[in-house]
Design a protein around this ligand. Structure first.
Ligand SMILES: [Zn+2]
Length: 227
């Protein structure tokens, strides 16, 4: 699934990796640089992800955060200090995004889903379900994702626009053109990025990501051994 999704996104050549973390919380997040983390908690309980389409919606959303460089240099620095503070886990989900960034990620994610052949409305369905279960409170956050009715509404709107590019189970043949210009957004390409900008930090993110993964693996290994 991840392979099909990343192929139709703006940065298909990033060293994408998705990691499953054994944690009861309902969350997924990214630290940038192509690394996406998914908690096993996403698949449990009342809010559990119910289909491939829904999982794709979540992955597409995180991919969108990476591609739009929401895990910015500033945030990176902040996170770096926190990571070095050994609070690996909390640092990771304290990386909160602004409402604008969330909205942008939602726009991109419905297109990514549609182009990869996953139902673009799946994300809206998740949010609607969550809103029903947990109520609306913009201060109430599911880690990096503010929970409110507006989000479900705008996601539904974007999904309807993206529907025309969706062919169930199939990658849209025109995905390259559609990534630049479609009914949901106009992507201006990489010209806004200055050459070399963030390169150092991306590399750093890679290292941090790996350190994080290693730390998580070690913890899980310890748990398995009952330590
Ligand atoms: Zn988000």
């Amino acid at each position: 699934m991840f392979n099909r999704l990343k192929k139709v996104t703006h940065k298909a050549d990033l060293p994408w990796e998705v990691h499953l973390i054994d944690n009861h919380q309902w969350n997924a997040f990214t630290i940038g640089g192509g690394k996406v983390f998914v908690y096993t908690g996403l698949f449990k309980g009342k809010l559990a992800v119910r289909s491939d389409d829904e999982l794709a919606a979540i992955l597409a959303h995180e991919i969108a955060h990476v591609n739009a460089r929401h895990a910015s240099e500033k945030q990176g620095k902040l996170m770096l200090s926190k990571l070095l503070d050994k609070k690996l886990r909390s640092a990771a989900y304290e990386a909160s995004f602004t409402t604008n960034q969330e909205d942008e990620a939602d726009k991109y994610s419905v297109i990514y889903s549609a182009l990869a052949g996953y139902k673009p409305s799946a994300g809206a369905e998740i949010w609607a379900r969550m809103h029903k279960q947990l109520g609306s409170d913009s201060k109430d956050r599911l880690h990096d994702h503010p929970l409110n009715a507006d989000k479900a509404k705008s996601l539904t709107r974007y999904a309807k626009l993206a529907e025309q590019y969706y062919h169930s189970g199939k990658i849209n043949k025109n995905y390259k053109t559609l990534l630049t210009n479609n009914a949901v957004f106009f992507h201006q390409g990489e010209s806004t990025l200055k050459a070399g900008e963030g390169g150092g930090f991306l590399a750093l993110f890679e290292t941090l990501g790996n350190a994080y993964v290693e730390a998580e693996k070690a913890k899980q290994e310890q748990r398995k051994r009952g330590l």
